[in-house]
Unconditional design. Structure first.
Length: 610
């Protein structure tokens, strides 16, 4: 789009930005525009009052359009019951000036409000779009891009919006000045207008430069944010590999790139500012020369001329500058708007807000369920049919990549099957029921996310408003009560980033308590003990055994020791269900898949071959 010269440099995104302005911040923008207009009118009054002022001060108005103008201003004053004496005119002049200053301050705070409001609107819209997007889409995105769009880029969009409003209202003010200037001298006004038009048109290349500068800033920010986010969440890894220095160097390079982008753009802006001021000053000098030498303007007209054209030219220069500022911020709008559009296009069908959580009475059923992460990609699950009866423990085993976690995500409603159905008590787990289902289930993944908050807050996150006794009961059931009591502060101990103050096994037990405090309809454990030592695993296994028959459990693991106590075991292989039955029956089946897994893990009875 750029370079070809087809679209002006400010065009990509501008229309969208203006539509956003109209729909989302229409009222504040209109308020701002009317304030600017009022200011322009008052400034006009100020300028008009200069005419009788100059005459009262004894300056020669030099005929032309000014004498009648002075007369009409005088007439206007008289209409308000004021004699046009020096005192009266000065009083009105000062009042108008103070009015302009007052409006200016109201304008400044309205403008700040507009910008703050727009930033908030942009963030809320984008966040809503992100949180409603399908998981298959979000799982592929770099989370730092989302964070960047929600923070720095949203601020830049608001500032682009601010400039857009300023440009619009600035143009109106310039028009008011132009109308007045036309009254003083049509010829000089035409010359000024030509000069202003030249300024605006000659700046096309600079606009392009500003836009490219803005694009570079967006790219540099994205690279820096991406690396920084990843780096900060892997500090331990960097330390452990002795790579901290290298990471620091990388970081410095990326930060320098952001800084260079920022100062490059500022230089473009500063260059433009100088050019604008140089051109307007020179043009004003020429104008005065022509006025005196060619039109033999009197002293009064000259003073007025300097005032009027000086302001007009500065307005025109300022307008051009603001167009350029906006061009530099527009790439942020492109980035934010694109992201929001992508999220909306990948929006998940939403059902009604959940009433009471769904309670599982009979069980779940997978009916010929297939799932592909990408439309043309391989199937992660293929034609899987199985039951997860209520109040039973169902196990799914298989080697890594067999599709176990995909099955879990389908059971929790995070994913929808590409084919087949997932049923809860006989009814399909569709968008209408998903929220209520998810409100009532608990999950413990392999690497649970604990929030940087107290134990209490981490538990209440799953069950807001749960009484203290329930928290303790859940902790006891997860074999974590003694652990929490031993922490300084007990339930009010802060767990650190992602629970970094705890060992892996301890974290897992708190995560289990968090799932249990909901009294979940379905408790899902996806490799929850895979990375734990055997003692920690045994503690959790014992905690789960105590729930056996009271809660519906879906236990997923590649390690067979984890699923020994299950009522039924299903074996997944390459996304297909290859074997189902009780653990003992499958283990005893000659040539069976579970038996082969057991042999590979060295847990077959001695002497028994696969
Ligand atoms: N977010 C994802 N995007 C694309 N493919 C995925 C994603 N998650 C898993 N897969 C693919 O789906 C298949 C099954 O993965 P998964 O269900 O995680 O297996 P398991 O939990 O048994 O190790 C694998 O081939 C894996 O590469
Ligand atoms: Mg997995």
């Amino acid at each position: 789009m750029r370079g070809g010269g087809a679209a002006p440099p400010w065009e990509p995104g501008l229309r969208g930005l203006l539509r956003f302005a109209r729909l989302e911040v229409g009222r504040p923008a209109a308020t701002l525009a009317s304030l600017t207009l009022a200011m322009a009118c008052l400034e006009g009054v100020e300028l008009l009052l200069l005419v009788p002022l100059l005459r009262l001060a004894g300056l020669d108005l030099g005929g032309g359009g000014l004498d009648p103008l002075a007369e009409s201003v005088g007439g206007l004053l008289r209409a308000f019951g004021l004699e046009p004496t020096l005192g009266a005119v000065l009083a009105v002049f000062a009042a108008a000036g103070i009015g302009v200053a007052l409006l200016g301050s109201v304008h400044a705070s309205a403008s700040a409000r507009l910008q703050a409001g727009a930033t908030a609107r942009i963030r809320k819209r984008l966040y809503a779009a992100v949180s409603r997007a399908r998981w298959t889409f979000l799982a592929r995105r770099r989370s730092s891009d989302l964070a960047l769009a929600l923070t720095a880029e949203a601020d830049r969009v608001a500032s682009a919006l601010h400039f857009a409003v300023e440009i619009g209202t600035g143009a109106v003010v310039a028009a008011v000045y132009l109308a007045m200037a036309l009254r003083v001298s049509p010829a000089l006004t035409a010359a000024t207008a030509a000069c202003a038009a030249f300024l605006l048109l000659a700046a096309r290349r600079r606009l392009l430069a500003a836009r490219e500068g803005g694009e570079e800033i967006s790219l540099a920010l994205a690279a820096w944010y991406g690396e920084m986010t990843e780096h900060l969440s892997s500090l331990r890894l960097h330390r452990a590999f002795g790579n901290a220095d290298r990471a620091e160097e990388r970081f410095d390079v990326l930060v320098d790139r952001v800084a260079a982008g920022g100062s490059g753009l500022s230089e473009t802006h500063a260059g433009t500012r100088f050019r604008n001021e140089a051109v307007t000053t020179a043009a004003l000098a020429v104008l005065v020369w022509v006025a005196v030498e060619v039109f033999s303007l009197g002293a009064g007209s000259l003073v007025l001329l300097l005032f009027l054209y000086g302001r007009l030219m500065r307005r025109a220069g300022g307008l051009q500058q603001q167009v350029q500022y906006m061009a530099g911020e527009l790439p942020a709008w492109d980035a934010v708007a694109r992201l929001e559009a992508e999220c909306r296009a990948e929006g998940e069908e939403r059902g009604p807000p959940p009433g009471a959580p769904l309670v599982l009475r009979e069980g779940m059923r997978f009916e010929g369920v297939s799932f592909r992460w990408r439309e043309e990609g391989p199937a992660a699950l293929e034609g899987v049919t199985l039951e997860i009866p209520a109040a039973r423990t169902t196990a799914v085993v298989g080697v890594s990549g067999a599709g176990k976690s995909t099955l879990v995500d389908l059971a929790t409603g995070l994913l929808r099957p590409s084919a087949g159905r997932v049923l809860v008590d006989g009814a399909e787990l569709d968008p209408a029921r998903r929220a209520a289902w998810q409100a009532g289930i608990g999950a413990v993944p392999q690497d649970p996310f604990l929030f940087h908050d107290t134990v209490r807050a981490n538990l209440l996150w799953a069950a807001p408003g749960a009484p203290e006794a329930d928290l303790e009961e859940a902790l006891r059931a997860a074999d974590a009560l003694d652990l929490v009591r031993s922490l300084p502060g007990g339930l009010d101990a802060v767990l650190g980033d992602r629970g970094s103050t705890l060992s892996g096994g301890e974290r897992q037990r708190i995560a289990l308590a968090r799932a249990l405090v909901r009294r979940p309809s379905l408790l899902v454990l996806d490799e929850a003990t895979s990375s734990l030592d055997s003692e920690s695993e045994e503690r959790i296994r014992a905690a789960l055994a105590a729930l056996h028959g009271r809660a519906t459990l879906l236990v997923v693991a590649h390690r067979l020791s984890t699923v020994r106590g299950a009522d039924a075991v299903h074996v997944l292989e390459g996304g297909r269900l290859v074997e189902s039955g009780s653990f003992e029956a499958l283990l005893a089946r000659p040539g069976g898949r579970l038996r082969a897994l057991a042999a590979a893990q060295g847990i077959l009875p001695p002497g028994a071959g696969p």
